[in-house]
Design a protein around this ligand. Structure first.
Ligand code: HEM
Length: 234
């Protein structure tokens, strides 16, 4: 047991170990962001479709499914953030030059701002959970509707109400743009860390990263903009 613990802590202590953890947890979070966006787009199918989906998530495994997913996601977010902050600190400490003279960089803006876009996304997720999951400062928990004769949470009405308020919509759009910047770099760099992308295939992974980030932005922004600017659902 202590041998396993020893090798795990040696793995985490090494820079490559931390990078692999950042890549693997990033992959899980990418899967979540894609799945969540596809689920959210059900709003365009109609009230019953998104409410049925929300109800299914809440009741899977007698209510245990959502908690397993929450704890899994929380663990991934914590590992991803703690390991990245530690890698950033170590790389800054190894480059005392960075505090004084700034050398011309060939890296992209997205790659240089990963830590900031990442921390802003974290702040957005906290706001988002208070807004749509904990229903802090609103009465969305009281929104109910009937589905197949059963009273369920009216997720459709909640999302329409949420994005009918301009400040929330603007904040979501800014967060989505930062998420897009974060994903565009993170996507290709995770395949590099895991050794899947080679020098030859790197440009393909880079393009795939931009395409993926653009898709996530377009899907999520379509929901916000169609409600806020075009009055969808009201
Ligand atoms: C326009 C974009 C988005 C919309 C419309 C949206 C919508 C929602 C809704 C309606 C819920 C509550 C589900 C329920 O009541 O059962 C939710 C939960 C959640 N969303 Fe989003 N979301 C968006 C973007 C995002 C993004 C970009 C992330 C992550 C970076 C995210 C992370 C989460 C998380 C972690 C939960 C909590 C799930 C739970 O524990 O219940 N969302 N979202």
């Amino acid at each position: 047991m202590s041998a396993v613990f020893d090798s795990l802590s040696r793995f985490y202590a090494s820079s490559i170990g931390k990078k692999i953890l950042v890549a693997l947890t990033g992959l899980v979070l990418i899967g979540f962001v894609l799945g969540h966006m596809i689920g959210n787009l059900l709003i365009f199918v109609g009230r019953d479709a998104i409410n049925e989906y929300g109800h299914m998530l809440q009741t899977a495994l007698h209510g245990g499914g959502v908690w397993i997913a929450r704890l899994g996601l929380l663990a991934c977010v914590l590992i991803h953030v703690v390991a990245t902050v530690s890698l950033t600190k170590a790389s800054r400490a190894a480059r005392p030059d960075a505090y004084g003279r700034h050398k011309a960089q060939v890296s992209s803006t997205a790659s240089r701002t990963m830590i900031w876009s990442g921390l802003t996304i974290l702040a957005f997720v906290v706001y988002h959970l208070l807004h749509f999951t904990a229903h802090v400062g609103n009465d969305y928990a009281t929104y109910k509707t009937t589905l197949h004769g059963e009273a369920v949470h009216d997720v459709y009405r909640m999302v329409i109400a949420g994005f009918s308020w301009a400040p929330a919509s603007i904040f979501y759009l800014i967060a989505m743009a930062l998420l897009c910047s974060h994903l565009s770099h993170g996507f290709s760099s995770l395949f590099q860390t895991l050794g899947i992308s080679t020098d030859k295939t790197e440009p393909v992974f880079k393009k795939a990263g931009y395409a993926f980030a653009g898709l996530i932005f377009a899907g999520n922004a379509a929901i916000v903009l169609s409600i806020w600017l075009f009055g969808y659902g009201s």
